[in-house]
Structure formats: C-alpha cells, structure tokens
Design a protein around this ligand. Structure first.
Ligand code: FAD
Length: 278
C-alpha cells in the first residue's frame, strides 16, 4: 500500500540515530502490517533493517532473538539438541494466519509489538519465559516479561520513540518439553485460542493467548490434566475472555480448557492412564 502521508524514510544504523523519535515516526521492521493499512498519523518511516542486529545469538544462558529476526530465520536455525522446546517455534508460526511467504519478512519483534491477542510470537515468548529488552526513547533500557509488555488488545507498554531490541529465552525453559494447541472458527482462520504447555520438574506451565485480552501464564504445581485445567480456570478472570468475529468469550473460555487438557495429555502421556479418552 502507498502510505501517502509519509514524507521521508530513515535508515538508522546505531542507537544514537534513534534519538528524538516521536509519535509521527513509524518504526518499521518487516513492514507486513505497517504497509498493509493506512497510517494517517505517520509522517516518517524509521526502517530498522539497517541496524543490522544479529538475528539469533545462542549462548549457554539461552537464545537472544533480535526484534528484527524474521519468522523464517527463527525456524531455519539449528539449535542445541537438548533444547526440547524449540518445536514450539514452528507450531507458533503455523498458528498465525500468515502464510509462509509472510514469514520471510514478518519479524518476531513486529508481531510482539502489535500486541494482538492472536500474535503467536507473543504466545511463544510468554510460554518460554522470555525477557524483552526495550530501548526507551529517553536512552534508558527497560527489561520486562511478555505479560508486562502486552497491556491489552493491540496495546503495549511502548511509547513513541521506544524500540523493542530483543527477546531473550532462557536455556532452562528451552530445555523443557513444550507443545502448542490452537483453535480457530475456520480451518485457516485467525486463532480463537492458543494454549502452550511446558513441562517443568514441578508441574506444567501453561500460557494462554488469543482467547484472552492479554497473555496469561500459569505455573501449575501439577501434571494431572484435570488439576491443570482447574488451576488455569481459577487463574484467569472471566472478564479476560473477549468476543469478536473470531469467537465469543464463552466459547473462548470453554476451548481454553479443552486445549489445556490436550497439551497436558501430550506432555505427560496421561491420556493412556485415562483409558485413552483424550
Ligand atoms: C497475511 C497476513 C496474516 C497475518 N496474520 C496474523 C495473525 O494471525 N496474527 C497476528 O498477530 N498477526 C498477523 N498478521 C500481522 C502480523 O502480526 C504482522 O504482519 C507481522 O508479524 C508483523 O511483523 P513485521 O515485522 O512485518 O512488523 P511491521 O509491520 O514492520 O510493524 C508492526 C508494528 O510493530 C511496530 N514495530 C515493529 N518492530 C518494532 C520494534 N522493534 N520496536 C518498536 N516497534 C516496532 C511497528 O511500528 C508497527 O506498529 C498478519 C499479517 C499478514 C500480512
């Protein structure tokens, strides 16, 4: 789409080049959303591609993902074999309505910064205990969890001039088996609910997105499907489930329980003990 209110495009190369950004500056990563609809409040595009941040950095501490890392780069990389959770990267990418062609340009940071409930990179990051690094417009750094970053439907803590720099996934979470379940009203539809489970030594950590206005991460102390579902239900307030054309709040709440049970059964194999009902 031609953005006819844009007067100039800047290509910052350093953090100093990002100083002085304001509300009429549109930070652009892959541009797949930014260029997809009118942006009447913007006068300038700030294209992050020249920042040249290393897309992925693997250390003993975990994985640092540059905000500008594309979804396809995340999927194509080779990770330490003991990182059992990395299968969730592909499951999360497939939970997006976007096709594999969009994966080439769409970035992890761009998806998170939109703050959409169906932002599957938000689901992935919240489930894997991510720490987000924000370069604030005033020159300071802010580190926060995904849950602290997303404050509502399409709302985040970002203020004009703030830039999401990276997403850090700790090795401890990456080593734990994880799996994702998604449901949508139609086979290729936008997600109505996304649930990711991660098996820890003390129970199952469950992340719920798409069904709720903000991500919920519930660290349960059980690996029994019924217990985990009960803990998830008691941790998410009824008002958190929302209605839109992709699903009604009551349906979202019900399917959250169904998907939670399914991830726990997959992670623990407990379906067999229940007579194969799952
Ligand atoms: C066909 C199609 C299907 C889609 N399906 C889904 C879907 O199912 N679920 C979903 O959530 N989204 C979906 N999207 C939107 C999707 O989230 C984005 O297209 C993509 O993930 C955004 O990444 P991007 O790098 O292109 O971001 P951009 O379009 O460049 O930016 C998106 C927003 O984030 C801001 N931003 C980007 N990077 C930063 C940064 N580092 N710091 C600060 N602000 C930043 C931009 O200013 C802009 O407001 C879809 C898009 C398309 C085209």
């Amino acid at each position: 789409m031609d953005l006819h209110t844009i007067d100039s495009v800047e290509m910052p190369r350093t953090r100093a080049d990002l100083a002085g950004l304001c509300a009429t500056d549109g930070v652009m990563a892959g541009g797949t959303w930014l260029m997809s609809e009118p942006q009447l409040h913007l006068r300038r595009i700030i294209d992050l591609s020249a920042m040249d941040w290393p897309a992925l950095t693997i250390t003993e501490a975990g994985l640092e993902i540059a905000a500008t890392c594309s979804i396809s780069t995340l999927l194509a990389a080779t990770y330490p074999p003991e990182w059992a959770a990395v299968g969730v990267f592909r499951q999360a990418a497939q939970a997006l309505l976007a096709s594999f062609k969009i994966w080439q340009n769409a970035t992890i940071g761009g998806n998170i910064c939109l703050g959409f409930p169906a932002g599957a990179m938000i689901s992935m990051a919240s489930a894997l205990d991510a720490e987000l690094l924000v370069w604030k417009a005033d020159g300071t750094d802010l580190r926060c969890s995904t849950n602290e970053f997303v404050t509502g439907i399409a709302r985040t803590i970002l203020r004009p001039g703030d830039v999401l720099r990276s997403i850090r996934l700790p090795a401890a979470a990456l080593r734990q088996p994880a799996t994702l379940r998604k449901i949508a009203m139609s086979p290729l539809g936008r997600s109505g609910a996304v649930v990711i489970g991660r098996a820890t030594p003390t129970g199952i950590v469950v992340s719920v997105t798409a069904a709720t206005d903000v991500p919920y991460v519930i660290a349960t102390d059980s690996d029994d499907p019924a217990d985990v579902v009960a803990q998830v239900y008691s941790s998410i307030p009824a008002h958190a489930y929302y209605s839109d054309p992709h699903g009604e709040a009551g349906w979202r709440r019900q399917v959250t329980g169904v998907l939670t049970r399914a991830v726990v059964v997959e992670l623990t194999g407990s379906g067999r003990m229940e007579g194969g009902r799952s």
